[in-house]
Design a protein around this ligand. Structure first.
Ligand SMILES: [Zn+2]
Length: 370
C-alpha cells in the first residue's frame, strides 16, 4: 500500500482536498481517500510538492500521422492543411512505426493513460496491442463521392474487423462524407461511440448554409455536398444515430445556438477541444464560455498539427483563454475524457478505479507517480 499526499489532491468526483491523502494498492487501485494526513500511517506517508490528480485522457489523436511532425506550415488554414496531408503521408512503414512508438512513449511520460485515436489505416494497430496506454480506436471514413460510398464503407469494415478493441467506425467530418456514406454508417451503428471533426473552420458553415466559400470550392472537385441551409453541426447530427454517444472534435466556430440546439434535440454529445492544433492550423480558438463544463474534454490532435502530445500543454492554453479554475481544467483533462470514451476505470480517484496518478506543479510540469 502507498499513501500519497500533496498540497492538494484533486479526486474530481468530489471537491479538491487540501493536504488530502490517496491510498493506493501495489497495482495502483484506489483503496481510500483521507481528508487529513493524520488519518494515514505516518511512516508510510509520501508527501509531494504540488497537486495530485488522475491520469490524463487524450480524447483526440491521430497516432498514424506522428511522422508528419513539423512538416506542415502553421496558420495557413484548414483547406491548405487537409490538401497537404495526403502528399506528405507516404513514408517507409518502418519510419511511420518508429514515429508511432515515440509518440506513444511520449504520451506515457506526459501522464496520459487513455487515448481516443483515429485510424484511416492499420499502421498504429500494433502499438494498441502492447502499450500501457488504453486506446479506443475510431476507424474513420471519408468520401464525398456517393458512387464510392459502398466501397469505402466495406473497406472501412474490413479495417474495423482487424482493429484491436475497443473500436468503432466513424465519419471524418460533415464536409468530407456523402449522405450515402453517412447513412451506411448510421445503419451499422448499434450505440457505439462515434466522433466527428466539427466546425474547425469558418467556411464549413458557409458551405452548408450558402453553398459557397473556400471549403466548398475545394470539396466540389471530389463530389457533391448538398446545401442544407443549416449549420455544419446540425447537418451532420441529423444524419447520425441518437443512440450513440457523439464526440464532437474542435468546435472552433460552433455557436451558442448550435450548442443549445444539440441539447434541445437530445443528442448525447461530448465537446472535445484541441486548442494547440486550432492555433497551429487556423490560429483561432473556440469561445469556451458556451460549453457545459461537464461535457467538455480535450485532445492533442496529431503531431501533424501540434509540436507536442501533452494534455498539460493544452491545459495551459485553455487556462489562458477561459475562466476555468484548476478543478474544472482537471475535470476536462481526466474525468470528462474518460466518460466520453467510456473508460469507467479511469478519470477520478473513486474507490476501485485504477486511474493513474499525476503530480503537477503550478501547471508547469507533470510527473507520473503511479
Ligand atoms: Zn483530428
Amino acid at each position: 500500500m502507498r499513501y500519497l499526499s500533496a498540497n492538494y489532491i484533486f479526486p474530481l468526483h468530489i471537491n479538491p482536498i487540501k493536504e488530502g491523502v490517496v491510498q493506493i494498492s501495489e497495482k495502483g487501485e484506489i483503496v481510500n481517500i483521507f481528508e487529513s494526513r493524520t488519518k494515514a500511517p505516518k511512516q508510510k506517508l509520501e508527501i509531494f510538492e504540488g497537486v495530485l490528480c488522475p491520469g490524463f485522457v487524450n480524447v483526440h489523436c491521430h497516432l498514424e500521422l506522428s511522422h508528419l511532425k513539423g512538416l506542415l506550415l502553421q496558420k495557413t488554414g484548414l483547406v491548405d492543411f487537409i490538401s497537404k496531408v495526403p502528399e506528405k503521408r507516404n513514408l517507409e512503414i518502418d519510419d511511420i512505426k518508429r514515429a508511432i512508438i515515440d509518440a506513444d512513449s511520449t504520451m506515457q511520460k506526459n501522464g496520459i493513460v487513455a487515448v481516443g485515436d483515429i485510424s484511416n489505416t492499420n499502421h498504429s494497430f500494433f502499438i494498441k496491442e502492447e502499450s500501457k496506454i488504453v486506446y479506443h480506436t475510431f476507424v474513420e471514413l471519408f468520401s464525398v463521392n456517393k458512387d464510392k460510398a459502398e466501397i469505402v464503407f466495406n473497406k472501412g469494415m474490413d479495417l474495423l474487423n482487424n482493429c484491436p478493441n475497443p473500436r468503432s467506425i466513424t465519419p471524418h467530418a460533415t464536409y468530407s462524407v456523402s449522405e450515402k456514406l453517412f447513412s451506411l454508417l448510421k445503419e451499422k451503428n448499434n450505440g457505439e461511440i462515434v466522433c466527428i471533426h466539427n466546425q474547425e473552420t469558418k467556411s464549413e458553415d458557409e458551405l452548408f448554409r450558402n453553398g459557397s466559400g473556400e471549403l466548398y470550392e475545394f470539396i466540389k472537385q471530389f463530389g457533391d455536398l448538398n446545401q442544407t441551409g443549416i449549420s455544419a453541426l446540425q447537418t451532420s447530427l441529423l444524419q447520425m444515430s441518437k443512440q450513440s454517444k457523439i464526440i464532437l472534435v474542435h468546435n472552433t466556430f460552433t455557436s451558442k445556438k448550435d450548442v443549445k440546439w444539440t441539447k434541445e434535440n437530445n443528442y448525447d454529445t461530448y465537446w472535445c477541444t484541441c486548442p494547440k492544433a486550432n492555433l497551429y492550423i487556423e490560429n483561432s480558438l473556440p469561445d469556451y464560455s458556451i460549453f457545459d463544463t461537464d461535457t467538455l474534454c480535450v485532445g492533442t490532435d496529431s503531431l501533424a498539427s501540434n509540436n507536442s502530445l501533452s494534455i498539460l500543454e493544452e491545459l495551459k492554453v485553455l487556462k489562458e483563454n477561459s475562466d476555468f479554475d484548476l478543478n474544472t481544467l482537471l475535470k476536462i483533462a481526466c474525468k470528462n475524457g474518460a466518460e466520453a470514451l467510456g473508460f469507467e476505470n479511469l478519470g477520478t480517484f473513486e474507490k476501485g478505479k485504477i486511474p493513474g496518478l499525476n503530480l503537477i506543479n503550478n501547471l508547469d510540469s507533470v510527473s507520473v507517480i503511479a
